[in-house]
Write a protein that binds this ligand. Structure first.
Ligand code: GUN
Length: 287
């Protein structure tokens, strides 16, 4: 029987530790970690993500400030808000929920966030730091996935990791992070020939393509550890439900361990955002 990796439980434990640390920072250093979350437009999924992020902050005693801007917001207006938040010493983390509406260039937005407040780890300076093996702020979903992998496997050294997807948010930073942990890393994507063949060689398979149930049972080596990053809403038998990028029902029996959707990587992403926010607050205070 394969292990279903309980991301919710791991995230709850991490958050319990962070809650203690936040209370200590407030009591001993007069430091209240604070994140500003910026949401532009009315993408329903983004609203749910932001609501969950703010809820976690409240549970941990982290201050959160929400900025909700209308769909038609101009780029200059958003950049001005980011600059105000950059200058505000009481704000330690800045997160602009992606995607942003099409009149706004997301690259310009990410570049505008001060790298020390970049709790998403998307600023080029943080991407570069990760690439040279000196990570400062690591993107939340890859960081959460790494924590689950280390908890499941211990030392990752020498494992062959295959990452399906090459996004800037997950695939690429995940590859860099696993390289730093001495994995042999293969990244496959929409132009890769024989994706299945590559997947079959994986000791660690990370699926981050955004296609429901993309990874099939016969693509997975017996005993592999499978991390499913996908969160896809599908209609099945007249009902709406969330599924991952992995066909869980058929893949799970082959895998040594697998993350479910929901309850796997999703809660870890938010827990790691809290982790990065506390880290940013300490960094800015020189702690
Ligand atoms: N949209 C989807 N995932 C993310 C994320 O990790 N951070 C931000 N800011 N937006 C997202």
């Amino acid at each position: 029987m394969s292990e279903v990796i309980d991301g919710k439980k791991f995230a709850d434990n991490l958050c319990a530790e962070l809650k203690v640390e936040v209370a200590q920072l407030i009591a001993n250093e007069n430091l209240l970690p604070c994140i500003a979350v910026v949401l532009v437009g009315d993408d329903p999924a983004s609203h749910v993500y932001v609501k969950n992020k703010v809820l976690r902050c409240t549970q941990l005693g982290i201050k959160s400030i929400e900025h909700r801007l209308p769909m038609e917001t101009e780029q200059a207006e958003l950049l001005a808000l980011i600059e105000t938040l950059n200058q505000d010493d009481s704000v330690h983390g800045i997160l602009v929920q992606l995607p942003v509406p099409k009149q706004i260039d997301d690259k310009a937005v990410l570049a505008a966030i001060s790298p020390t407040k970049d709790v998403d780890g998307f600023h080029i300076q943080n991407v570069g730091a990760l690439a040279v093996g000196e990570p400062i702020m690591v993107p939340c979903t890859p960081l959460g996935s790494l924590m689950l992998l280390q908890d499941t496997l211990g030392d990752l050294s020498g494992k062959h990791a295959v990452i399906v997807g090459r996004s800037n948010i997950v695939g690429k930073p995940m590859a860099l992070l696993l390289l730093q942990h001495h994995c042999t890393v293969t990244v496959v994507h929409s132009r890769t020939k024989d994706i299945e063949e590559h997947c079959r060689r994986a000791d660690i398979l990370v699926a981050a393509v955004g296609i429901p149930k993309f990874i099939k049972a016969d693509w997975v080596k017996s005993g592999a550890v499978v991390i499913d990053v996908g969160i896809n809403r599908i209609q099945e038998e007249g009902k709406s439900r969330l599924v991952g990028d992995v066909d869980f029902e058929t893949v799970a029996p082959r895998a040594a361990a697998i993350t479910p959707v929901p309850g796997g990587v999703g809660p870890m992403t938010i827990a790691c955002l809290m982790y990065n926010t506390v880290a940013a607050a300490k960094l800015q205070r020189g702690l």
